[in-house]
Design a protein around this ligand. Structure first.
Ligand code: AMP
Ligand code: GLY
Length: 422
């Protein structure tokens, strides 16, 4: 089978690495890919936001199955373009991707099915939004309605911060994505990410993880796309998982189907858990990055069968096979991230690192320069992942690899997994 994965981050490297292990995979192409992905797949330079370009490329290369990694192409309707051309594709339609591309849409779906989430209001005029903040008080959470590359949420501890966030977002900081804002009640508790596949009818849980969003040790500093993750998340007990499925996931998936826009793909359910009660923070319509790296280490080659069954509406007959193990990913980012950072610095030491089912270096923002050296091209650059029988073992393996990497222009958090390890 010939498979095309769209994307070029750590998530797509992990997907490619796992899919490649399945004997059904003959040819694997990733567009655009990166220097690490090039070690396990062919990389192709196509515009993944252009449906016609993706469909033409798939036809020319006899692609049997398309897997869409990031939210950008999903929101842009690339899954719809593939389906219209008769291709088998993993990923939701643009209409179903609104669960990520519009926060107010998700809140309205939660209202319609009584799914537990933060109380909220939705504004398209800044004056009304400011008045609401003044009446509600702080802490309060201000969210750009549309896609803002993980930067569209401000958890405001003071009224001034909240008012500034409204001015920035509605003043064009994120373009049209901030033209409307959702203002939410601050929820306190422990966060976890819950991943389920859905084929429009059946919901199949495939794993949990916990991310570390803040840039600094001890959960300090600005929010990032994620500085590390571990899987599974201990807070996702059997009871919490059942509540999340019964009260949030199944009702919202049924509501999407009833609207004529069934969701097919992976639903990333961001939860806040307090006293054993999960509430929805947000949905994403794709795997998390870096959460995906640990999930793929734990699932391995079976992921291809699961993604295909999801795309073909056969999830009711699928089972997920788990080892009783743990995975932990440490992100190494360019100095300065999530602010300004330099590109093009050289990374050494990767050749000597072990690569097997317990150790993997997933690349997020790398390329190879003219002299054949690995260089950094992004903010988050590497996702060093260890797997083990215990979280402590996975942690030790990941940090041993981190310490063997020679990249003076990069940094990482030293406390990934602390909540579950202490
Ligand atoms: P999101 O992009 O919606 O996941 O938000 C980014 C981060 O902001 C989340 O992972 C939470 O840490 C935080 N956050 C979002 N909404 C809330 C809320 N209502 N209460 C507390 N924290 C929140
Ligand atoms: N790591 C969080 C995300 O992928 O949105």
């Amino acid at each position: 089978m010939n498979i095309l994965i769209l994307g070029g981050g750590g998530r797509e490297h992990a997907l490619a690495w796992a899919i490649k292990q399945n004997p059904k995979c003959d040819r694997l192409i990733v567009a655009p890919g990166n220097a690490g992905i090039a070690l396990v797949a062919e990389c192709a330079d196509i515009d993944i936001l252009d449906g016609a370009a993706v469909v033409d490329f798939a036809a020319e290369n006899a692609v049997d199955f398309v897997v869409i990694g990031p939210e950008g192409p999903l929101a842009a309707g690339i899954a719809d373009a593939c389906r219209a051309a008769g291709l088998s594709v993993f990923g939701p339609s643009a209409a179903a991707a609104r669960l990520e591309s519009s926060k107010s849409f998700t809140k309205a779906i939660c209202d319609a099915c009584d799914a537990p989430t933060a109380a909220y209001a939705h504004f398209s005029h800044a004056d009304d939004a400011r008045d609401y903040v003044r009446t509600q008080g702080v802490p309060i959470v201000i969210k750009a309605d549309g896609l803002a590359a993980g930067k569209g949420v401000v958890v405001a501890m003071t009224e001034a911060e909240a008012l500034d966030a409204i001015d920035d977002m509605m003043g064009g900081q994120f373009g049209d994505a901030g033209a409307e804002v959702v203002i939410e009640e601050f929820m306190d508790g422990e966060e976890a990410s819950f991943f389920v596949l859905c084929d429009g009818k059946t919901v199949l849980p495939i794993g949990t993880a916990q991310d570390h969003k803040r840039v600094g040790d001890g959960d300090t500093g600005p929010n990032t796309g994620g500085m590390g993750a571990y899987a599974p998340a201990p807070v996702m007990t059997e009871a919490v998982t059942q509540k999340a499925l019964d009260r949030i996931v199944r009702p919202t998936m049924a509501a999407m189907a009833a609207r004529g826009t069934p969701f097919t793909g992976v639903l990333f359910v961001g939860l806040m858990i307090k006293n054993g009660e999960p509430r929805l923070v947000e949905f994403n319509v794709r795997f998390g990055d870096p959460e995906c790296q640990g999930l793929m280490m734990r699932l391995g080659g079976q992921i291809l069968d699961l993604l295909q069954a999801c795309a073909e509406g056969r999830l009711d007959a699928q089972q997920v096979h788990w080892a009783d193990d743990h995975a932990l990913t440490v992100v190494i980012a360019a100095n300065g991230y999530p602010g300004d950072y330099a590109k093009g610095s050289r990374i050494d030491g990767l050749h000597d690192l072990p690569e097997d089912s317990f150790h993997m270096t997933f690349h997020a923002g790398t390329t190879t320069d003219d002299d054949g050296h690995l260089v950094a091209t992004g903010g988050r650059v590497l996702g060093i992942t260890g797997r083990g029988a215990t979280l402590a073992e996975a942690h030790a393996r990941a940090y041993a690899m981190v310490d063997a990497i020679d990249w003076p222009d990069g940094f990482c958090r030293r406390d990934i997994g602390w909540r579950a390890l202490t």
